[in-house]
Design a protein around this ligand. Structure first.
Ligand code: NAP
Ligand code: GDD
Length: 342
């Protein structure tokens, strides 16, 4: 059975990728961070299903602890490493620039060094990002487009992207960069804009929230479904030669369009509930992202399967179920709503 090692297994993509690999028959090892509260909620169903047979094994580690990463790689000797861990929130990266940069840069080089010194046959996937392009024009972006990072997060991703190429070219290591445009799901972190919107719309619809406060409504993103994108990550690792590939839908929508589509699903008018606050604007904005995934379509046979409207619907419907459960807990006095001013 092939063995995969995933950093960031507790995140959105970690959940979808580990599910995908486990269903393919992989043994999956993942790193989790020690935390004072549980941080494994996304992968609990996978733990219940796969850990008894030792197909899913979790290890305490941190991208800043290169010695633990190296010990794990030498003990597990995986076939494939997927480096998904990151402080992945762009706005937070302006507040925590050193931590974001350390996590984004040191982890990738520590993993590549382990591969170089322990076993050069181990394949490496780096989670690169469309944020690296900067988004100052309305052009379609491909693997050939120049990088122009606009946040500490994006700058750290450019480093990790480049060091992956450097190790590929210098040491003949199978290192790939997946340049992924925004991808969302019901498992998306709740402070990213799409999930913040679908959580709020659902709570407003069941009467337990009164408004939705956002920042820049004019920013435009190429939003796809995370479940589609993890298949692309795996396909990159199965390609004959390592390379860089863009995964994107080829459609860009503004935050305002996402908001309107989400409210439409619950038959409400967004203008009755949405307000903006300076608090959610960033020191530097990526205005427009639109990706060209022709290379992945031609070389990997990958294509996005979920449309923008389907994505919004999947997320709103899932969050409506959560909101209904919250509503019951509030009525029973077991939960206090705190989200209206968050
Ligand atoms: P996410 O939900 O924020 O998950 C991030 C993961 O990284 C979590 O498991 C988190 O652990 C872990 N992590 C954070 N700091 C760490 C550290 N110092 N050491 C070890 N683990 C650490 O992100 P995602 O949406 O799944 O994205 C996965 C990767 O793809 C990230 O690298 C992201 O930057 C990149 N990316 C994402 C998108 C997108 O649209 N989703 C697009 C392009 C690239 P905790 O659970 O303990 O916090
Ligand atoms: N988070 C957030 N919250 N964003 C808001 C809000 C708000 O209240 N209001 C407007 N926005 C705008 C942001 O200014 C940004 O232009 C856009 O919504 C999307 O923000 P996020 O959902 O936070 O995602 P992101 O595009 O900055 O970054 C995500 O995608 C990148 C790929 O392009 C993250 O997943 C990154 O890790 C990933 O690399």
């Amino acid at each position: 059975m092939p063995i995969a090692f995933i950093t960031g297994i507790t995140g959105q993509d970690g959940y979808y990728l580990s599910k995908f690999l486990l269903e393919k028959g992989y043994v999956v090892h993942g790193t989790i961070r020690r935390s004072s509260t549980f941080n494994t909620s996304r992968i609990e169903p996978l733990i219940a299903k796969y850990s008894k047979e030792d197909n899913l094994i979790l290890h305490y580690s941190d991208l800043l602890d290169s010695s633990s990463l190296s010990t794990l790689i030498s003990t597990i000797n995986p076939d494939e490493i997927y480096n998904l861990a990151a402080q992945s929130h762009v706005a937070v990266s302006f507040n925590n620039p050193v931590f974001t940069t350390q996590t984004g840069t040191l982890g990738s080089i520590a993993l590549l060094e382990s591969i170089r010194s322990l076993n050069k046959k181990i394949k490496f996937y780096q989670a690169s990002s469309s944020e690296m392009f900067g988004g100052k024009s309305n052009e379609m972006l491909s693997e050939a487009s120049p990088f122009d990072p606009r946040s500490p997060y994006a700058a750290s991703k450019v480093f990790a992207h480049n060091i992956t190429k450097i190790y590929r070219d210098s040491y003949d290591i199978f290192g790939v960069n997946g340049i992924l445009f925004n991808h969302e799901s019901p498992h998306r972190g709740e402070t990213f804009v799409t999930r913040k919107i679908t959580r709020a719309v659902s709570r407003i619809s069941v009467g337990i929230q009164s408004k939705l406060t956002l920042g820049n409504l004019d920013a435009s993103r190429d939003w796809g479904f995370a479940g589609d994108y993890v298949e692309g990550m795996w396909l990159m690792m199965q390609h004959e030669n390592p390379d860089d590939w863009v995964l994107a839908t080829g459609e860009s929508h503004t935050v305002k369009e996402f908001v309107e589509e989400a409210f439409k699903i619950v038959n409400l008018n967004s203008s009755d509930y949405v307000e903006t606050s300076e608090k959610y604007f960033r020191p530097n904005e990526v205005d427009f992202l639109l990706g060209d995934s022709q290379k992945a379509q031609n070389e990997l046979g990958w294509k996005p399967k979920t449309s923008f409207k389907e994505l919004v619907k999947i997320m709103v419907e899932s969050d409506l179920e959560l909101a209904k459960r919250e509503s019951v807990l509030i009525k029973e006095g077991l939960l206090s709503p705190t989200w209206d001013n968050s």
